[in-house]
Design a protein around this ligand. Structure first.
Ligand code: RP5
Length: 169
């Protein structure tokens, strides 16, 4: 029987609720595609504030290089994590029930000067792009990741060039 050593996560993906998973799983899918090790957790800023403080404070010592944080409504999780660590925090506004995520977006993007959160689009595109942006940052010091990113972009280019209108169904 072989025992596999678990790979230490480089990216932390956190979200305020399990109801955010459908959106945040898009970030997971991208990191999986690029082979970037990651962990996923629910860390609610207002329901688990002590856990949130511990997560942010311990992230660098645990080997994380970046945090992707998604939340909806009064979405203070990304900003609070940014306050708790010097690691880069990438914020994903999750669509909310009543304001369609505009509240989430403004809560995350309007950080006061000095504690930045890189904020992405509302919803699935934002989650995927947050992961791609983390990868672009990691790729600066990683030639293999750089090649994967260039290939990923090239596939998008080819797919766009193959598009015809009206679309073939
Ligand atoms: C936020 O409240 C979460 O990020 C989620 O987007 C929203 C609703 O949470 P649930 O009521 O679905 O648990 O904290």
């Amino acid at each position: 029987m072989s025992v596999q050593t678990p790979v230490a996560p480089v990216v932390g993906i956190v979200m305020g609720s399990s109801s955010d998973w459908e959106v945040m799983s898009q970030a997971v899918a991208i990191l999986d595609e690029f082979g970037v090790s990651h962990e996923c957790r629910v860390v609610s800023a207002h329901r688990m504030p002590i856990d949130m403080v511990d997560y942010g404070a311990q992230a660098p010592a645990r080997g994380l290089k970046a945090i992707i944080a998604g939340a909806g409504g009064a979405a203070h999780l990304p900003g609070m994590l940014a306050a708790l660590t010097h690691l880069p925090v990438f914020g994903v506004p999750v669509p909310s029930r009543y304001l369609r995520g505009e509240d989430s977006l403004l809560s995350i993007v309007q950080m006061p000067k000095g504690v930045p959160v890189a904020t992405f689009a509302i919803g699935e595109a934002g989650a995927a792009n947050a992961a791609l942006h983390v990868i672009a940052n990691l790729a600066v010091n990683d030639a293999v990741l750089t090649e994967k990113l260039i290939a990923y972009r090239a596939r998008q280019t080819e797919a766009a060039r193959a598009m015809r209108v009206p679309p073939v169904t």
